[in-house]
Design a protein around this ligand. Structure first.
Ligand code: HPA
Ligand code: ZN
Length: 324
């Protein structure tokens, strides 16, 4: 099955580009930009990446992003991720970026987008990997700041397909972002939101009704509400599930407890994704293997994750046909 998974074409729909910052590049960029980081060795990094919940990860993840300063840094980060995609046979990827993590440090929005986008264009030309960009609002920040980001995004609408919502789910309900999502949709952006990762099933319902999202990121706590689960199945709402992230952040204690295969068999449009692979210990193939190792599946079931991801992606019907 390992060979089957390695060779399986894959589509990634839940990936934070800042979460692909490997320690090696973090060290190199810290040196290049003269930025202080709290780690000197790989041992110190791996000791620090011992998370017990989402917030304990976010604290480290935002700190790591401090080394990203110039357009070239965002390019280098994205190019390194695309090479990992190539190795894992990822044909198409829809990438999140968190502009507020950077603008809050005085980095220009254009620096972030242009660096990422330059790598994506090269990735299509040289690696044959197609991609889309999704701008996430940080949900611990306020509505005004989200609107500032939306205005920046409008100037880059040729490069950005949609908006998302990430950061701390608990204590940050979606209502604050109803108007900015409504405005984004009016301008033709697609929309997604993290929900039901650490928060209850009602957060998933709220993302669907208040924000009217096209996909739910994580969404694994949907099983706590039978009516919601039935609705997700009936409406084919995609969930972008991240198995290694979920065990690293203790959403599930063990991979054997994870509900993704059960959801697949119930007919939910679940997909496998890597979230923040540099922090959670694996890219796409690693995530597929981690699930398959403890949840035996037929090949057709494993392939269904890719079929679901193609159907759930923000590409044209023609592009979907090409991938299917
Ligand atoms: N959840 C919320 N915010 C995030 C995540 C996540 O899994 N990864 C990066 N930002
Ligand atoms: Zn995420």
């Amino acid at each position: 099955m390992k060979d089957f998974i390695a060779l399986l074409p894959k589509v990634e729909l839940h990936l934070h580009i800042e979460g692909t910052l490997e320690p090696e590049l973090m060290f190199a960029l810290a040196k290049r930009n003269n930025i202080d980081i709290p780690f000197r060795t790989y041992e110190e990094v791996s000791a620090a990446y011992d998370f017990h919940n989402l917030q304990s990860f976010l604290d480290i993840y935002y700190q790591g992003a401090n080394v990203l300063v110039n357009e070239q840094d965002f390019y280098d980060l994205t190019w390194a991720y695309l090479l990992r995609c190539k190795a894992d046979n990822v044909l198409h990827t829809e990438i999140f970026f968190d502009p507020q993590t950077h603008t809050a440090r005085g980095i220009a929005f254009d620096t972030v987008v242009n660096g990422i986008y330059r790598a994506l264009v090269q990735g299509k030309q040289e690696l044959g990997i197609t991609s889309q960009l999704i701008m996430c609002f940080l949900r611990h920040l306020d509505e005004d700041d989200a609107f500032v980001m939306l205005n920046h995004a409008l100037a880059h609408q040729d490069k950005i397909i949609g908006v998302g919502l990430d950061s701390a789910e608990l204590g940050n309900p979606v209502e604050k972002f109803e108007r900015v999502f409504q405005q984004a949709r009016k301008h033709g952006f697609k929309s997604v939101a993290h929900a039901g990762e650490e928060g209850p099933a009602s957060n998933i319902s709220d993302a669907l009704t208040v924000l009217q999202v096209d996909r739910v990121d994580h969404g694994v706590r949907c099983t706590e509400d039978k009516a919601l689960l039935a609705q997700l199945i009936a409406q084919g709402t995609p969930l972008t599930v991240c198995p290694l992230s979920n065990t690293k952040l203790k959403v599930f204690e063990h991979m054997a407890d994870h509900n993704i295969v059960k959801l697949l068999r119930q007919g939910v449009c679940v997909t496998i994704n890597s979230d923040d692979p540099a922090y959670f210990g694996g890219y796409m193939t690693d995530n597929f293997n981690a699930v398959a190792d403890v949840h035996p599946m037929e090949k057709a079931e494993i392939a269904q994750f890719t079929i679901n991801a193609i159907n759930a992606s923000f590409i044209s019907a023609q592009e979907k046909q090409r991938l299917l």
